[in-house]
Design a protein around this ligand. Sequence first.
Ligand SMILES: Cc1cc2nc3c(=O)[nH]c(=O)nc-3n(C[C@H](O)[C@H](O)[C@H](O)COP(=O)(O)OP(=O)(O)OC[C@H]3O[C@@H](n4cnc5c(N)ncnc54)[C@H](O)[C@@H]3O)c2cc1C
Length: 371
Amino acid sequence: MPDWLPQETVALRDRVTTLAHDVLVPLRDDSSLDPGDRAARIREASKQAGVFSMAQPEEFGGGATLLELTVVRDTLGAHNVCHLPGIFGPGPGVLGGVGEPLRSRYLAPVLAGEKRGAFGFTEPDDAERPTSARLDGGTLTVNGQKSYVTGGADADFINVLVEVEGRGPAMVVIDREAPGVDVVRTFGSVDGSRHAYMEFRDVRVPETHIIGRPGEGLPRAMRQIGDTRLAMAAESVGLARWVIDFVTEHIAKPHRSGTPLAAREGVRLRYADMRIRAYAARSMVYRTARLGDAGENIINEGIASKVFATEAVGEIVDTGIQLVGGAALRSGHPLEELYRRVRSLRLAEGASDILRLNLARGRLDLAKGRI
Ligand SMILES: Cc1cc2nc3c(=O)[nH]c(=O)nc-3n(C[C@H](O)[C@H](O)[C@H](O)COP(=O)(O)OP(=O)(O)OC[C@H]3O[C@@H](n4cnc5c(N)ncnc54)[C@H](O)[C@@H]3O)c2cc1C
């Protein structure tokens, strides 16, 4: 328990613990299951437990607080099931709060699971110029490229950050099948996810596909990334707990040296460090969620939580592997799998050092922020 929780949040945590323990862990471990069937069964169980729509907007049955979402993600992480598809219904992403026609054409179908969007933000290193658009007679003409669009090849549309000439950055909804949109190549990353490198050549998009107003693109994209960062931090602190439980059990077992590893002082020092880091990360994430629920601006706290928690879980998994030994590096071992999965967290949704620079800039150049 990071600190006291309201009674109904404790009940939520207990419900998610039962869901994870009784349903999600067995489904994760059943390798005979078809991935589609597994996701369908997870979806059903998650709906029954009242988790599925929690991260969706209130009008669509969701509207959970940051603290509730943190508790759920932490609990799922603590069972090493937070990565399973189907637990959460699709979120609105940058489409949150849009009006017509985007609401009926994209937001509602996304939340109903009928359409899937992807997020086009990152530019390749060798781009001659960032993705840009000319606005003429109610039509945008978009040219450019995005290098790391997760799920981009299978998405129905991409929310693309575009520099609109003379107006500033905007998030623009572009259908993947629109003429001029080209999925140049797809690739996988170490965590198991799939991405696309996409080009946009004279893609014509109605002006009504701009989310919000031109010039609002960056704050909108950053808000979406901000929510995702806190989610990643909450999962990281849960995963850290899972690793520590795994290691606790391992070092207490008999060891070929004749003494359980837990009896050795050197092992205890490493073990205590894991617990200290996990405690610090968890405290930070819960405090940030509470501040956010109280209506505070948590940009810096969100950055701090994402950097600290993702780096902490990286170190904790690494130490866990060291203490368990070579067996933990065998392909298919849960620590080996987790090692790959958590590595991407320090880059996705903001590389750690870039976030550090943002935080420093807020205080040194803008005199903003509490931390
Ligand atoms: C699993 C995964 C999923 C992703 N999904 C998406 C997605 O859906 N959509 C999307 O748009 N992107 C996505 N990305 C891309 C991700 O946002 C970028 O990888 C991340 O923002 C870093 O950008 P970059 O890779 O271009 O590295 P760079 O920006 O080149 O940075 C590389 C490193 O250089 C250093 N560095 C860079 N700039 C500075 C500086 N100014 N000062 C000091 N040091 C610096 C830092 O150490 C940094 O880690 C995903 C990435 C991963 C790993």
